[in-house]
Design a protein around this ligand. Structure first.
Ligand SMILES: [Zn+2]
Length: 227
């Protein structure tokens, strides 16, 4: 399978990265002087991932909340697969999640995008990264680095150095979906293609992974919303 991609060289860049833009075009960003052979090699190693990203069927879902609007009392926001109401509060000075609802400082209601995004990213770091470690240990997989990023990729990400990268928006999905995505990405370190071997590895760790895939198919849009 042939993949078309654009190459952008930059003298400041230290590593080669591949991104899939929203229009599904592929851009390789490389340090100035990187050879075409090297670029082809990396594109080749990420081929399957790129194929998934560029061919995934994406329906357009309007965002739940138009950006730039204030947070209002009683509206609900997703977290770990459920929607929870929020309450504006005079007393707290940071977002808190207690008794199944969000307490949001009234003074910050105008910055709705930023404050919730930061809160989600923090939760993603605290809750997803430790589970990557636990699952890797269980699977006997070694990874270099696990990171939470702000890309709009659907979930994980492929890098040539055994890094596993997760979209912070995953924290809006149920824990069994998070576990599936973690195991899926880690399984790629053992088997890069979606072969039956690959799915066996996944199934041993997450026996109900089909449910997780179904959940993601039906709710994929939550991964594209900004907060
Ligand atoms: Zn995959």
């Amino acid at each position: 399978m042939e993949l078309d991609y654009a190459i952008v060289y930059s003298p400041k860049r230290k590593r080669l990265t591949i991104t899939v833009e929203r229009d599904r075009s592929i851009v390789v960003k490389a340090p100035t002087g990187t050879s075409i052979d090297k670029i082809q090699e990396v594109v080749e190693s990420c081929k399957l991932w790129l194929y998934e990203k560029t061919h995934h069927e994406q329906k357009y879902h309007p965002p739940l909340h138009p950006p730039g609007k204030e947070l209002v009392n009683g509206e609900s926001l997703p977290y770990l697969g459920r929607n929870y109401q929020l309450e504006l509060s005079d007393s707290s000075n940071e977002i808190q999640f207690i008794n199944n609802h969000f307490l949001v400082p009234k003074a910050q209601a105008k910055q709705r995008g930023d404050i919730f995004k930061n809160w989600y990213i923090q939760q993603a770091k605290e809750q997803i990264l430790p589970r990557v470690k636990v699952n890797a240990k269980r699977m006997g997989v070694e990874f270099n680095l696990a990171k939470i990023t702000d890309s709009k990729y659907r979930w994980g990400s492929c890098t040539p150095k055994n890094n596993v990268i997760f979209n912070w928006r995953l924290i809006k999905t149920p824990m069994f979906v998070i576990d599936y995505v973690i195991v899926h990405e880690l399984a790629h370190l053992l088997e890069s293609n979606h072969t039956s071997i690959f799915w066996n590895i996944v199934a041993v760790q997450v026996p109900n992974y089909q449910l997780a895939k179904k959940w993601l198919r039906e709710h994929g849009n939550v991964l594209e919303e900004d907060f």
